[in-house]
Design a protein around this ligand. Sequence first.
Ligand SMILES: *[C@@H]1O[C@H](CO)[C@@H](O)[C@H](O)[C@H]1NC(C)=O
Length: 406
Amino acid sequence: MLAAVYSVLLVFLSGVVYSRLTAESAAWEQPECIRRGTLFTARFILKMAADLVYLVTGGCGFLGEQIVELLTKEDHISEVRIFDTLESESVKAFATATKVTVIKGDITEYSQLLEAMKGVHVVVHTAALLDYLDLEPFWKMKSVNVGGTENVIEACCAQSVPYLLYTSSISALGPNAQLESMLRGTEDTKYNGEPVLPYGKTKAMAEKLVLKANGEQLANGNKLVTCVIRPSNIYGEKLKEIQNTYVATKARKGCLTSLEPEGVQNNFTYVGNVAWMHVLAARQLQLKPEVLGGQLYYSYDDTPVRQRCLLMRNLFLEVDPTVRLGSCVPYWKMCLFIHIHGLISFLVKPFRTIKPILTKQLLNVIVTSLSYETDKATRHFEYSPRYSWEETKSRVSQWLKSIKDN
Ligand SMILES: *[C@@H]1O[C@H](CO)[C@@H](O)[C@H](O)[C@H]1NC(C)=O
């Protein structure tokens, strides 16, 4: 029995931990007409000028990479600069008429950021240390996610970078310690208490810093304009969790197991659409700073499912039509499993380290509903999904097929 539960968990979690960490920056003279602020002229400049430099922290990451790719298709951008602890060369393949440069650096190193931000007009800050399993100590996650963000803001001010877009996370909202659910909320819905996940706590702190920095004075006397995108449950090709779930499901003859009881409702957004939101928000932050400045936006698209197991099933069906849903593993069984697993790892600790594949906290997050209904991004920056649900499924299944064939 233990083996079975274990494999379910492995499905679910082996991909949950990934960490990405990045940052970058630069000083900049705004085009004259944007500074004067006439909307018409500003639009004109953004359409015509091809001289803006964007810096994407974490640009080699799961989301960052897609943001970089979409940015290179924008005709007003001359360079996309990536600041990341990883120095992935593959992003360079995205270069079009727009240059793509990669700077290896760490957002916790202020001097590196300061250097990288020279000549930058817009910073998209997606770099973070993501850990749902408590593998990283809290101080470390805090130093990257909060300290790093502090550095990004400070470097923006020092180098007079006027626009900063921050990628937060739904875990900055909750669930809280009481595991209250939010049903069909909006960006303005009050939801009390601290996020229960340490990662969420750090994202909440960083988010506050970024929103507070809106209107802050830059070295050249202009003002910083900031906004925040708070995506929930991003999925897409290259997500390890999907790959691991797929492999485990195949191993169980196509039977997909769920940890979510019926009735749990969460919203999922395709990574390409989250990236597209960033591109549009960054563009409109420059054109309509009075509308977007200091604002927070949830992510959305037309993904119709509200549960992880249903999402997985829909994604896998294109590759393997025999995939079916198994029964949901009851909450108490999972708790028992986590407990036993913890005990075993404690006992064998002198000989070897066993990584947890699920924690009670994370299980609680999975079984708690946080759902929302909003069109704020559409109203504020004319967002509509770039990829339809059909296209999304086909992109993910293409990727699954490609790893299956290898
Ligand atoms: C999120 O999920 C809720 C609950 O099913 C649904 O009513 C809402 O429309 C979804 N929101 C978006 C933006 O898709």
